[in-house]
Design a protein around this ligand. Sequence first.
Ligand SMILES: *Cc1c(COP(=O)(O)O)cnc(C)c1O
Length: 372
Amino acid sequence: MIPFLDLKSINAQYREQLIQAATQVIDSGWYIQGQEVKAFEQEFAQYCGSEHAIGVANGLDALTLTLRAWKELGRLKEGDEVIVPANTYIASILAITENRLVPVLVEPDEITYNLCPKKAEAAITPKTRAILPVHLYGQLADMPAIMDIAERHNLLVLEDSAQAHGASINGKKAGNWGHASGFSFYPGKNLGALGDAGAVTTNDEELAKTIQALGNYGSHKKYENLYQGVNSRLDEMQAAMLRVKLRHLDEEITHRRRIAAAYSEGITNPAILLPTQHSTLNTQHSTSHVWHLFVVRCERREELQQYLSEQGIQTLIHYPLPPHQQAAYVAWNQRSYPLTEAIHRQVLSLPMGPTLSLELVGQVITAVNMFK
Ligand SMILES: *Cc1c(COP(=O)(O)O)cnc(C)c1O
C-alpha cells in the first residue's frame, strides 16, 4: 500500500537524534518551561523571521490565545467581527467563537482556495476588527493584498499558519506577515512534534507577553496572576523533538516540492483539476508553496478515491464537511456557500510526504491517469 502519510518513516529518519534529545530531557529533571522550550522559541522565531515565538499546547490554542490576548489588551471586544475563509479547517472558526467574537465566513479564491482579498474587503462592516487568513494546504494567502486591506481599514490580522511552516511570498515567511500567526505542530503537520504542540509568532512584544501569561494561568510572574488564564504550554519533551525536526524542515520541504512538481507534470487526466501556485497567477510576487497537502479536484471524487484505494493508494479528504455544515454550528446549516461546498465535495489529497519516494509517486501518477 502507498500510505497517504508515513509518520513512522518520517520520524525514523531522525531516530537517533530524537532519542538523544529525549534522553537529555529525561535526565534533566526539568519538564515544563525550561531551556528546551526557550531554545525552540528562539530557533522557530528566527526560522520564521519574526521577533517572538511563544510555545503553546497546540495550534488551536495558538489561535484562541492570540484573539484572547487582543481582547485583554483592549484591541478586540466581544461581538467584534472576524473575517475568515468559509472553507477552512474548523479550528480557525473555533478560535473565534471561543472568544465570543463573530466569524464572518467568506468564500475563497476560486483557484488557490485561500481567502480572496476582494471578497474579504466586500465583507467588511463597521463591526469588523480582524481578518484571519488561513494558508491552506501550504500556500500563503495573498498576504500583500490582505495587509493592504487591513491597513486601510485598521484591522488586526492573525494568520493561521498551521499548514504553512516555511512558505513565503517575496521571501517573507508565514508567521511574519500578520500582526500575529498561529502554528500547529500536530504530528502530521510539515513540522510535527511527537504529540500535540503549537506556537504563536509575532513582532509585538506586548502581545507576546500577554499570550505567554494567558497560557500559564494568566501569570506573568510566579504566583501573581494578571488574567484568568488557562494552562496551555509547550512542554520540554515536545520542544526537544521539535528542535531536532526544525533542523531538517527545509530539506523536507524541498522533497515535498519535488513530489508536487512530479504530480503537476505527470498528471494529465482531464478529469483531474490540479492545484495552482499563486505565482503563476500574479507574477509580481514570487511565492513558495510548502505542499503540506497536494489537493486535486475531481467531480467524481468518491469514485476516484475508491478506485485509487483498489490500486493500493491511500488518499484523504481535507475536508469532507465545511464548518457551516457542521452540527457544532447548527445556526449556520441553512446558509449557502456554493464554492466552499463544491470544494468540499470535490477535493482529494494525494499521498505526500518527505519520505515518499518518487518511484511511488510515479505509480500514483500512472494510476490517476488511468482513472476513467
Ligand atoms: C491543524 C490545524 C489547526 C489546529 O492545530 P492543532 O494543533 O491540531 O490544534 C488549525 N488550523 C488549521 C488550518 C490546521 O490545519
